[in-house]
Ligand binder design. Structure first.
Ligand SMILES: Cc1cc2nc3c(=O)[nH]c(=O)nc-3n(C[C@H](O)[C@H](O)[C@H](O)COP(=O)(O)OP(=O)(O)OC[C@H]3O[C@@H](n4cnc5c(N)ncnc54)[C@H](O)[C@@H]3O)c2cc1C
Ligand code: SF4
Ligand code: SF4
Length: 1002
């Protein structure tokens, strides 16, 4: 039974009640059982923890009045509100059967900066890294830095009292929370700030909820017995990470300084930080800022033979006042091997260390860094600790830190059902106790034959220890509880903290009495009762939590019939396992300010529904629980997949490699199987056919798509946005032109010129170049010929891209099989297949390998090895000395390059960059853009047009618009060029066109 239906409301009456407030609500509300509302609720059923529970509703308030209305509503109907920011909590803080109140979309403004007094006033949905990007020009920053800083928000950081990598110097969120505007549980707006004793007394004299809060706290802390209990049971004072329960110890410190007796200051921010949304709703926060750190940084990566050796090295390192001392074990390092992104971050690893201790120094000069590093290394060597000590400097430190920060996501790549779990990852002890505590902990884990990974904040006494447990079984579920219970006893032994930074949530709450004692736990309950007598704020977190091994994502011992798929998902152990790999880390919620491509739809809409995480989660939920024979046949999945641009950024940028583009295509085919294919989808899939027809009457077709009246009509009929320009066809196809060109050259004897050694290449005549970008195709043929190659257009079918992007996978599969058979006959090691359009040629290296029939797989693999993007091929030839800079102009030229998403995803953007820079004086700069927003037909579709343009306008359009007219804009993708044209009215060129222009002798 749903524990939050305390007044026995049925779902229908609840929906009616919500409909009642909807009229006055400025933001968004999702509460009924329509597919969109159901989908919204489902995507908020999880966070980055192991818990899953369907909220009764989801609200995205736009104003403080909206939040107040929700509080009054919750009071009236006996519901609880779950404040939520980025939802990266690891202890289930934002999961529950209440109303999730997501402030991330509308509460994300920086309100005021005071440079002199070093503070900033922000709304709670401001992202930590985005805030610091904003503050950089002021020479200031907000210190606490979680590994999730690219998406974690100030409201969430306050809720969890987050800290992170540099906590030994920059502290935690509480240390920097000066004041907060809040709504109390009765809807009253007030501010928590530093108050003098007189002000505290005045507050306590009020006859309202706020008055009660101050009076009760004064009473609680004024009681000598309570004070003794707090002093005895809270963690050692040398431990700075102390997030267990409410921070009564922090308030006590103030009380001891005299508040209760009537002297110094009291600031309820100290208890608000770390209260996990259970005491008050934060609507604004004033944060202390620190100056930017010294500009030089150096990271010594101490390579150790064992974990214990690294922990001893940590104690040595701490004596040298580093900025951070963080550990990464071999388990995590192992997952970086062969990872599409992180394999390139391994440059500093020597041999096979069992653990790395990463110690960071910052200073005004590199000389100082060197001196600090040398002093540390000398002491380590004298103590016989470590075997290699590479010092990484400057920009490269980020690459190394990224390995550490991606730890949690990376270990999710472990195959099988035993997975690393967040359970005891947040226990902290005083740093000097860490070696002994970890040794004791390993005995517990050994007793249960559990392997684990160890990483993170050694310098602060907190290692994230993640044991591998199979939560899909009853034994695993039981073990989950046992391990936390025994660890809690161990934490008590070391007078440590059950939670160091991640919070208690519904995971650790049950064992707070074990660590802080029953009496202190009673005090915590009093605090909750005082602030929130009706349980309006995030009920059942920290105190009164349900059993910690219930409401998990996985139902124990559930038998799930494997899902039949058209793509081969065997490398990911099936499509369901691939969806399950999403840890909820929220990397897919970073914004364009941080950069990268994942996830363009979220960057544009700022809706959880439009994240990679939401897509993985909704698929997982339906593939696990659907009772339909076709488990994909759910409108809710379609709602969540709708804005996925199939850009494939998640395949490489998600630390757990959750490849949603592939899963979306698979889903769509099954969904069509049940619901049919719409005419527009059919038409887009059969784009090649339509362009082939058009190519018989180019003038007529081009008139139709260019003429204002007819083009509007065509777009209306198809369902394309009226603002879009439609692609035209060439006056001839590339194939016909090539035949004539070959004939003419043969006749003129040009093709057999004496002395020219012609190496043959197969040019993949993709559908977009053959019909639409014919001029580019001609340029490529001429360029290759001028560079000394014999260009052949082999016989093949279209690439299948249009079918794939619309999820017509069955058709794409047939094409893949046919193309592999045809092209394998002509493509060999020394006669490669090269392509102009990334989205077409890269299918050979990506989708075809998962699509072809098993007997064709070896041929497909061989073909993939010999298929190249034109720029890759040219670069290879340049590296072999076959193409040289002296073949090109010496003119000065600035080129701004926008990369196609697939180039980024398959890591083949660098060759384009390099080959464009081959002409001696060509300066090539990468536009830090993500997806252009067009994504094949996506940007044409009328319901997607706005999002498409929004994506383009985040980085790409402004970057293009600010270029001088003589700067060349390069983009290999046909969609990207079209989008640049529509969004900026500037013509972007294919890299081949730029190289052709630059060729000295044509
Ligand atoms: C891969 C990974 C690495 C992590 N690394 C770190 C780390 O290095 N250091 C660290 O400290 N944490 C870390 N975390 C935990 C988490 O990222 C942080 O706690 C983060 O600050 C949470 O921010 P959020 O925006 O996701 O908040 P959410 O998860 O959305 O919310 C956090 C809490 O704040 C409450 N809350 C949110 N908004 C409000 C509001 N307006 N009013 C009142 N309460 C509110 C919520 O109810 C909840 O209890 C990590 C998590 C992951 C998945
Ligand atoms: S999809 Fe990937 S990046 Fe996004 S939350 Fe899941 S694991 Fe993290
Ligand atoms: S394919 Fe692109 S748009 Fe779709 S989920 Fe992945 S990153 Fe987001």
């Amino acid at each position: 039974m749903n524990i939050f239906f305390r007044n026995k409301m049925t779902a229908a009456t609840l929906a009616a009640a919500f409909a009642d407030i909807a009229a006055q609500f400025d933001g968004e509300l999702y509460f009924d059982d329509s597919p969109l509302h159901e989908a919204q609720k489902r995507v908020y059923a999880t966070d980055a923890s192991v818990y899953q529970e369907l909220p009764v509703a989801v609200a995205l308030p736009k104003t403080v009045a909206d939040i107040r209305a929700l509080i009054l509503f919750a009071n009236r109907h006996g519901l609880t509100l779950i404040p939520r920011a980025a939802g990266t909590s690891l202890a289930g803080q934002v999961v529950g059967a209440g109303v999730v109140v997501d402030i991330s979309k509308y509460f994300n403004k920086v309100l005021e900066v005071n440079q002199q007094e070093r503070w900033v006033r922000v709304q709670p949905g401001v992202i930590r890294d985005d805030l610091n990007a904003y503050l950089r020009p002021y020479g200031l920053m907000f210190g606490p830095e979680t590994s999730t800083a690219s998406r974690a928000m100030i409201g969430g950081m306050i809720g969890n009292n987050s800290s992170g990598l540099h906590s030994i110097v920059w502290g935690d969120t509480r240390d920097h929370l000066l004041s907060a505007s809040v709504l109390l549980s009765d809807g009253t707006a007030t501010a928590f700030t530093a108050l003098s004793a007189d002000e505290v007394a005045a507050k306590g004299a009020q006859d309202n909820l706020e008055g009660t809060i101050y009076r009760n706290l004064q009473q609680l802390l004024g009681n000598a017995e309570n004070r003794a209990l707090i002093r005895e049971n809270y963690p050692k004072h040398t431990l700075t990470r102390r997030n267990t329960g409410y921070a009564l110890d922090m308030l006590l410190a103030e009380a001891a300084a005299g508040v209760v007796a009537g002297a110094a200051e009291l600031n309820l921010c100290n208890i608000l930080a770390g209260s996990e949304g259970t005491l008050a709703f934060v609507t604004e926060a004033k944060l202390n800022l620190i100056p930017l750190p010294p500009k030089e940084e150096g990271l010594i990566c101490i390579h150790c033979h064992s974990l214990q050796e690294a922990l001893q090295a940590n104690l040595v390192a701490l004596r040298h006042q580093p900025m951070a001392s963080e550990l990464v074990d071999d388990y995590i390092m192992g997952f970086t091997k062969g990872h599409p992104v992180y394999q390139f971050n391994r440059f500093f690893i020597e041999g096979e260390p069992a653990a790395l201790l990463m110690v960071e120094f910052m200073a005004a000069s590199q000389e100082e860094i060197t001196a600090k590093a040398e002093a540390l290394v000398a002491e380590l060597k004298a103590a016989g600790l470590g075997y290699a000590y590479p010092l990484i400097r400057g920009a490269q430190t980020k690459l190394a830190w990224d390995v550490r920060k991606a730890g949690l996501g990376l270990i999710r790549n472990l195959p099988g059902d035993s997975q690393p779990v967040n359970l005891i990852e947040d226990c902290a002890v005083s740093p000097e106790d860490l070696p002994a505590y970890i040794a004791d902990l390993q005995l517990i884990l050994d007793k249960y034959k559990l392997s684990a990974s160890y990483y993170a904040h050694a310098g602060a006494g907190e290692l994230h220890v993640e044991p591998m447990i199979n939560l899909k079984t009853s034994e695993g579920k039981a073990l989950f509880r046992t391990v936390l219970h025994e660890t809690a006893l161990l934490v008590k032994k070391y007078n440590g903290s059950l939670s160091g930074e991640h919070g208690d949530g519904r995971l650790r709450g049950e064992f707070i009495p074990t660590v802080l004692g029953k009496e202190v736990y009673g005090l915590l309950k009093q605090v909750k009762q005082t602030f929130d007598p009706n349980g309006v704020f995030n009920a059942h977190k920290i105190v009164d939590t349900p059993p910690m091994n219930e409401a998990l994502r996985y139902e124990a011992d559930k038998q799930i019939i494997p899902v039949e798929t058209l793509f081969d998902f065997s490398r990911q152990e099936g499509i369901l396992r691939l969806a399950e790999k999403c840890s909820g880390s929220g990397d897919c919620r970073k914004t364009h300010v941080t950069g990268g491509t994942m996830c363009p739809s979220y960057m544009a809409t700022r809706q959880e529904k439009d994240t990679t995480r939401a897509r993985a989660n909704i698929l997982r939920q339906f593939l696990t629980n659907s009772e339909k024979e076709n488990r994909f046949d759910h409108q809710e999945i379609k709602e969540v997949m709708d804005l996925c641009l199939s850009c494939k950024a998640c395949k490489s940028e998600c630390p757990s490699s959750v490849d949603v583009a592939k899963m979306k295509a698979e889903f769509l085919q099954h969904y069509y199987d049940a619901n049919g294919v719409s005419p527009r989808t059919w038409l887009i899939g059969h784009f090649t056919k339509s362009q082939q027809l058009a190519s018989f009457f180019p003038p007529l077709y081009n008139f139709m798509v260019k003429n204002n009246f007819t083009s509007k009509l065509v777009k209306k009929v198809i369902g394309f946005a009226p603002e879009r320009s439609l692609p035209t066809v060439g006056s001839t196809t590339l194939r016909s032109w090539k035949k004539k060109w070959d004939k003419a050259r043969k006749a003129s004897g040009e093709s057999q010129q004496a002395g020219v050694k012609r190496r043959q290449v197969n040019l993949f005549c993709d559908e977009f170049t053959n019909y639409n970008d014919v001029e580019i195709g001609k340029t490529v043929v001429k360029l290759l010929t001028a560079l000394g190659y014999e260009v052949v257009l082999p016989e093949h079918l279209e690439s299948g891209r249009t079918y794939l992007s619309k999820g017509l996978v069955r058709k794409a599969k047939k094409i893949a099989n046919e193309n592999v058979q045809r092209l394998s006959r002509v493509v060999q090691n020394d006669i490669p297949l090269i392509g102009i359009e990334p989205s077409a040629i890269l299918t050979f290296r990506d989708e075809y390998l998962d699509l072809v029939s098993p007997e064709l797989l070896p041929a497909a693999q061989e073909l993939a090895r010999n298929s190249f993007l034109l720029e890759e091929f040219l670069l290879r030839e340049a590296e072999l000395g076959h193409i040289t800079p002296d073949m090109f102009t010496k003119k000065q030229q600035l080129v701004k390059l926008h990369g196609h998403c697939y180039q980024k995803s398959l890591n083949v953007l660098a060759p384009t960059h390099k080959i464009l820079a081959l002409p001696e004086n060509y300066q090539v700069e990468l536009i830090p853009s993500g997806c252009c927003g067009m994504a094949g037909s996506f940007g044409y579709e009328k319901e997607h047009y706005e999002v498409s343009m929004k994506i383009g306008s985040l980085v790409l359009f402004p970057a293009v618009q600010e270029q001088a007219p003589d700067t060349l804009i390069a983009a290999a993708g046909t969609s990207c060029r079209h989008q640049i044209k529509d969004g900026t009215q500037r013509e972007a060129l294919h890299p081949a066109e730029i190289l052709w222009q630059a060729l000295a002798k044509k």
